[in-house]
Write a protein that binds this ligand. Structure first.
Ligand code: HEC
Length: 491
């Protein structure tokens, strides 16, 4: 075999790669509390650079396989370049990922697993790279290199899957599979049996209107979550639906208004109904707004047949999605029924929430909540809409965990040992509307943090250390926030 070019350089790079690869493994044990902003910025690059090692290592494997079987003359230096790219970009990805993690925006078991899987993948790639360089200079250990490359590709796939689960939620990948399964299981009904109202109209209203117009939250005084209620009226005293008359039906009138009109429904910010959805509702009202008409009968009408054909697949998908999310909710509910009692908590459905969220309360008499119990709830943080945790030994630091429950609208924290230094965490909660801090040691300085809460409408400050002057100041600077000096509700 002729002398390999740059053998010395290759040997040096190979050794360096192997050393860096092994050194990576110390990262998960390194703690970085006060990262400089520049590094936090680098952390945000993680989602961008991670695509390089994924693609490059896959291409390297593909190239190597085709070199083995088809293009035996292809020089190995091409594989070498690809693996070099994969390895170096993996180092950058892992470094950036580490700083992203250090930002404290992520927590939970899954992120730790992802961190480990990512680092091990980096080590694997570095070793594969070193083995390839060794093989290139000495002609030995090819099988070891190939094995390392195959294993590393598997690790890349696993690490990316965990990473995807961290960003999109654990079920992201399986969502459509679940839907396909649900479809197989549902008893297929023939088109003759489908009802115009129950199978077509109602899902549209449910998807587009009922989130604001339901019994718990009737915007404009109008609920639309049952058939009967559609014929009632809201604040305007005009019935939402008048069978046979599109012009007299307030709901239809508003749907037909130009989008720029203040009274157009759904309101600004929500996407308007499609032409097909409007045609469907219009036809249904004109034909008498019955709940017994079958779709099949209506198909005879030329103008609506095409509309049905276009809407049907959408609605089936919608129904499947609802079925799957109901199933998921049921699973979460079950798991929490197991977990909560062991933490001194109870979980119930929150009847005030639109989307099946849950209420978490301390049991009676309350237990002390600890860092550990709050961490155990991490997989369910987004499932809660209401927290009732009076006298639960909550301290300011614990508010960091509560702040990650970003769907929470009501939070009752009375009789806990907080002085308000942790309110900074809560000040980012995007949905929080009601906060009860009565019987706590909140003081003047920390109370001013309340001015930053984006959606807060009510705060209870009975028996705290907040002075009347500061309460006056809060009322003046944030008129939308009601400051109540009473003990307030517990649930
Ligand atoms: C994002 C929330 C939201 C959604 C979604 C929404 N609405 Fe409304 N709706 C409101 C609010 C707020 C009002 C009260 C203000 C007003 O009258 O404009 C209202 C008022 C109404 C009223 C008048 C009630 C009365 O008697 O005064 C009707 C009718 C109505 N909506 C129909 C609909 C229909 C039909 C849809 C679905 C296509 C829909 N809305 C979707 C928020 C919503």
């Amino acid at each position: 075999m002729s002398q390999t070019r740059f053998a010395g350089a290759r040997r040096g790079i190979g050794i360096a790669a192997a050393v860096i690869g092994v050194a990576l493994l110390t990262l998960p044990f390194t703690s970085l509390s006060d990262a400089p902003l520049l590094l936090l910025f680098v952390g945000r690059l993680h989602p961008l650079v991670l695509h390089f090692p994924i693609v490059a290592s896959l291409l390297a494997l593909g190239l190597e396989v085709s070199r083995l079987f088809f293009f035996k003359k292809l020089p190995i230096v091409f594989t070498e370049i690809l693996i070099a790219v994969a390895t170096v970009s993996a180092w950058v990805t892992i470094g950036a990922g580490y700083f992203l993690y250090a930002s404290g925006d992520y927590s939970g078991e899954m992120i730790v697993q992802h961190f480990w899987a990512g680092t091990l993948t980096g080590t694997g790639l570095s070793i594969a790279f070193a083995l390839l360089l060794y093989y290139h200079t000495t002609g030995r250990l090819y099988a070891a290199f190939l094995a390392a490359l195959v294993v590393t590709n598997g690790m890349v796939a696993y690490a990316s899957h965990l990473g995807g689960s961290v960003t999109h939620g654990q079920e992201y990948l399986a969502e459509y599979l679940d839907m396909m399964r649900a479809k197989g299981a549902s008893v297929g009904r023939s088109e003759q049996e489908l009802l115009l109202y129950a199978d077509l109209v109602s899902p549209v209203i449910e998807a587009r209107c009922a989130s604001c117009h339901n019994r718990q939250r009737a915007k404009g005084g109008l609920a639309m979550d049952s058939y009967q209620q559609l014929f009632g009226a809201g604040d305007s005293n005009k019935p939402a639906i008048v069978p046979g008359s599109v012009t007299k039906s307030e709901a239809l009138a508003r749907i037909h208004l130009p989008e720029s009109d203040d009274e157009h429904m759904p309101p600004e910010g929500k996407s308007p109904l499609t032409a097909d959805e409007i045609a469907l509702l219009t036809y249904w009202v004109e034909s008498g707004a019955s709940d017994t008409t079958r779709v099949w009968g209506a198909r005879g009408v030329d103008s609506v047949r095409a509309v049905f054909d276009r809407l049907m697949p959408e609605l089936q998908k919608y129904q499947l999605r609802t079925a799957v999310s109901q199933k998921k909710n049921a699973v979460v509910y079950e798991q929490l029924q197991q977990l909560a009692p062991s933490l001194g908590l109870t979980v119930a459905r929150d009847s005030l929430s639109e989307d099946n969220k849950l209420r978490l309360s301390s049991s009676v008499p309350p237990h002390r909540l600890t860092d550990e119990s709050l961490r155990k709830l991490a997989p369910y943080y987004l499932d809660f809409s209401s927290l009732s945790l009076p006298s639960s030994g909550i301290e300011d630091d614990h508010l960091y965990y509560l702040a990650q429950m970003t769907n929470v609208r009501t939070l009752f924290l009375q009789k806990n040992s907080i002085d308000g230094s942790g309110l900074v965490y809560l000040s980012n909660m995007p949905a929080l509307e009601t906060l009860n801090l009565s019987f706590t040691r909140i003081d003047d300085r920390n109370a001013l943090e309340l001015l930053k809460f984006p959606r807060l409408k009510k705060v209870y400050l009975f028996r705290t250390n907040v002075s009347p002057d500061v309460i006056k100041a809060i009322r003046r600077y944030k008129p939308g926030l009601e400051v109540l000096e009473e003990s307030g509700p517990y649930r």
